[in-house]
Ligand binder design. Structure first.
Ligand code: ATP
Ligand code: MG
Length: 402
């Protein structure tokens, strides 16, 4: 930032880092803005890389971190009405269509508390939109006219919920009002971007609160329509609790600094729809394993219309599901083989959840918990102690495999 300043450019922090610092929270990362153009930034920093096609950003390596350095940018919609030269004084018209003044840069941001600048030239916070007052009162307020801002970018509805949950802020009335009605616009957001947003929503440390707000504002059904459907039906009189329990676990894991994976998240979200579909197929005489495989394909195909799930996550997600039935088959070497399966740990965590919600036998998950804790000799004894399966059933299983 000093290098930008010393070269005569504006040099400010903006967005989440300023917001978090003012709240006394630790920022996740630092975003820098300047009036220097991307090419000028590159000249100043040997280690800068320009990214993006239309709006170019500089990524500057700083030790092990990458700092995003952006040029002040105007809202494309306010742009059309004015002459580019007037606004930026730059010759290049293509650039002038994108770049703007600091104030324009503030106005195209999403929420007032996200549009604060910290200027290292005078050590002051600049606020064009009343963000400081909102920050003090814990209010999340969209900048400008809510409906048009959501239409411009429907992801802002998800961001509203995410920040409200993370900061413990209240979504201001006018900001909240159009969300229910405009939620269907999420269907227009590319599935790949939705994937990124879903990770921010559920791997940000406040997944449970976020989930409740998403459902409250009618947004959740546009992320996971089949899940929403399954949540609306109750099973033997009890509401299905797998999702909220899993999300509470995710938050607890993150709080302890433990890793989380999208494979597990999607396994949780889509499990009920997959189970329902499987049950339907089994009822029509399809064998269990085939039914699960077919249900998985159907549910996944529908889900991918909304949120893309990279193969590196959807493959382990399926494994978590397919391993569930193997927990029951423990005779001979089966339990030992399962224990050494690369996806054992995730599948076991999933079994625990299923047992907590009453879907799997508590005795079964307890057995596996113990099996991991004891010595090899004790493991063998545990397997021996299992009631031997009926001879008839065993033969049939062998025959099928052959
Ligand atoms: P986090 O702590 O989650 O990183 P953040 O506020 O830094 O929160 P980012 O997604 O990193 O969020 O975005 C940085 C800044 O860019 C935001 O604070 C906001 O000013 C602006 N911004 C990001 N996404 C949008 C959007 N969809 N519409 C308008 N402004 C946005
Ligand atoms: Mg950020």
């Amino acid at each position: 930032m000093n290098r930008l300043k010393e070269a005569g450019f504006a040099s400010l922090l903006v967005g989440g880092c300023v917001r978090d610092l003012l709240l006394g929270r630790e920022p996740k990362d630092f975003d820098v803005v300047t009036d220097a153009h991307p090419e000028e930034i590159r000249k100043l920093f040997r280690n800068a890389r320009l990214i993006g096609r239309r709006f170019r950003l500089a990524h500057v390596r700083f030790g092990r971190e990458i700092i995003e350095v952006a040029t002040f940018r105007a809202n494309p919609q306010t742009n059309d009405k004015r002459q580019p030269r007037q606004r930026t004084g730059r010759k290049n018209e293509a650039d002038a269509n994108i770049f703007g003044t600091q104030e324009e840069d503030a106005l195209r941001r999403d929420f007032t508390v996200n549009a604060l600048y910290y200027d290292i030239r005078n050590f002051q916070v600049t606020d064009y939109v009343g963000g400081v007052a909102d920050l003090k009162q814990g209010i999340l307020r969209i900048i400008g006219e809510p409906e048009s801002r959501y239409r411009e970018d429907p992801v802002r509805m998800l961001r509203a919920v995410r920040f409200a949950a993370k900061l413990g802020f209240k979504i201001e009335k006018k900001t909240a009002a159009p969300i229910h009605e405009l939620a269907p616009l999420l269907a227009n957001v590319p599935a790949a971007r939705m994937f990124e947003e879903v990770l921010k929503l559920f791997h940000g440390g406040c997944a449970l609160e976020t989930y409740e707000l998403l459902r409250h504002y009618g947004l959740f059904r546009y992320l996971f329509p089949l899940t929403e459907e399954s949540l609306e039906t109750e099973e033997s009189g009890f509401p299905i609790t797998l999702v909220p329990r899993a999300l509470a676990n995710t938050d607890a894991r993150l709080a302890e600094g433990k890793p989380v994976t999208p494979a597990f998240l999607f396994a949780v979200m889509l499990w009920e729809p997959v189970r329902r579909e499987t049950r339907g197929l089994v009822a029509r005489g399809v064998n269990n394993q085939v039914a699960l495989a077919r249900a998985t394909e159907r549910v996944l195909r529908e889900q991918l219309n909304h949120i893309s799930i990279p193969k590196r996550f959807s493959i382990p997600m399926r494994e978590i599901w397919f391993l569930q039935s193997r927990f029951e088959r423990r005779a001979g070497q089966q339990a030992f083989r399962l224990l050494h399966h690369p996806r054992f740990r995730a599948a076991y965590d999933f079994l625990l959840l299923r047992a907590e919600t009453g879907e799997a036998e508590k005795a079964l998950s307890d057995w596996w918990t113990r099996f991991q804790e004891v010595s090899e000799a004790e493991r063998k004894a545990m397997v021996r102690a299992l009631a031997p399966p009926a001879g008839k059933k065993r033969r049939r299983r062998r025959a099928r495999r052959g």
